[in-house]
Design a protein around this ligand. Structure first.
Ligand code: GDP
Ligand code: MG
Ligand code: ZN
Length: 346
């Protein structure tokens, strides 16, 4: 733990390329381990830093897992490096803004169980989220010890998309949880999503040894700060990272059209051969997807789920656009009122 390198922290060429004009800046990089309302916490090789954002940015413009550059005093962020992957969700309330949930998650662990929790449509929704964020999806099927045929769940999950790797395990067994090591080993960052009760906490504890804080790093902190970061970037036993933030529990689709279509790439591809470019694949003549359903090549349930996810995403994204429009017209209203005020003052 003492001598973490940048590579240990997850640094890669993607980030190095962004400081190529001034490689000495690599001495001033940090990976954010927690984001609070008024401050950020960052890890560098051998130290932990309490940081404030640049004066023209708020902490909300940063996420756990982000790579940033700091000033030489290591107290202030000067720049956010463009992340490799980015998990976002619609902000609560007016929902006008996309809220950052986590950055630079390499693998999104989609946790479900080998029981009634297993649901194709839910898995596909998470797969679309992973595709939108740019993360590799890994389907983790817990409670294999309670199922007659756990492998049947693996087959069902892997049938969903060629992108899927699925693994069935007993999360309460340390040796089983260790099967996830390749996805949270040196330099690799994993995050877990899934319904309540599927075993996310059990797996997190097994993977990190229950060490929720950024253990070990505090002993090297020059300021001797005893930070117990309950949420954020956690070191795994396999020498990688697990990101756990409250926002992870409320991920929803929005602005995810490309992610949805990536999960249903086979149908998306088939649709190119439909007679009408705006074919809704319902009852139009010359629908290539319906022709494929007729020959048994395509599962009609899969078409139904694809359409449903597209509709869900469109609905969520539309509200977003509407909220933006509303903000715009509110801005206009404010400007016209201010103008009137000016007039009266004269
Ligand atoms: N038998 C068995 N129990 C499990 C497994 N995974 C989780 N559990 C149990 O399921 C319950 C919920 O697990 P938890 O980790 O809190 O789920 P979370 O809500 O996703 O964080 C706990 O009692 C766990 O011990 C598993 O693979 N096998
Ligand atoms: Mg939990
Ligand atoms: Zn069609």
């Amino acid at each position: 733990m003492k001598h973490l390198t940048l590579a240990d922290l997850g640094w890669s060429n993607h980030f190095a390329a962004q400081i190529a004009d001034d490689p000495a800046q690599s001495n001033l990089v940090c990976r954010l381990s927690s984001v609070a309302r008024d401050r950020l916490m960052g890890l560098s090789p051998g130290a932990e830093h309490l940081l404030v954002p640049p004066s023209d940015m708020t902490t909300g413009q940063f996420a756990v897992g982000d790579w940033v550059i700091t000033d030489p005093t290591r107290q202030k962020v000067t720049r956010r490096l463009t992340p490799l992957t980015e998990l976002t969700r619609r902000a609560a309330g007016t929902g006008a803004e996309q809220q950052l949930i986590a950055a630079n998650v390499d693998t999104l662990g989609i946790v479900s169980s080998c029981n009634a929790d297993f649901n194709e449509a839910r898995l596909e929704r998470y797969l679309a989220l992973a595709a939108t964020a740019g993360c590799l999806p890994l389907v983790i099927l817990t409670k294999a010890d309670q199922a007659d045929d756990p492998h049947s769940y693996v087959r069902r999950a892997e049938r969903l998309s060629p992108l899927v790797t699925a693994i069935a395990l007993n999360a309460t067994e340390a040796e089983d949880a260790a099967l996830l090591a390749p996805w949270c080993k040196t330099g690799q960052t994993l995050a877990l999503v899934g319904s309540s009760g599927v075993g996310k906490s059990t797996l997190s504890n097994a993977l990190t040894g229950g060490e929720v804080a950024t253990a070990g790093i505090r002993e090297d902190d020059a300021k001797g700060r005893h930070t117990t970061t309950a949420r954020g970037l956690h070191r795994t036993r396999a020498c990688g990272w697990l990101i756990d933030t409250p926002g992870m529990r409320a991920l929803r689709l929005s602005g995810a059209r490309e992610g949805v279509d990536a999960v249903f790439a086979d149908l998306d591809e088939l649709a190119k051969a439909c007679r009408f470019s705006d074919c809704s694949h319902e009852a139009e003549p010359g629908c290539a997807i319906h022709a494929a359903i007729e020959t048994g090549q395509v599962d009609p349930d899969r078409l139904r789920r694809w359409r449903k996810l597209q509709a869900e995403d469109a609905r969520n994204s539309e509200t977003l656009a509407q909220a933006r429009a509303r903000d715009k017209s509110f801005g206009k209203l404010v400007r016209s009122v201010m103008k009137d005020k000016d007039r009266y003052r004269r």
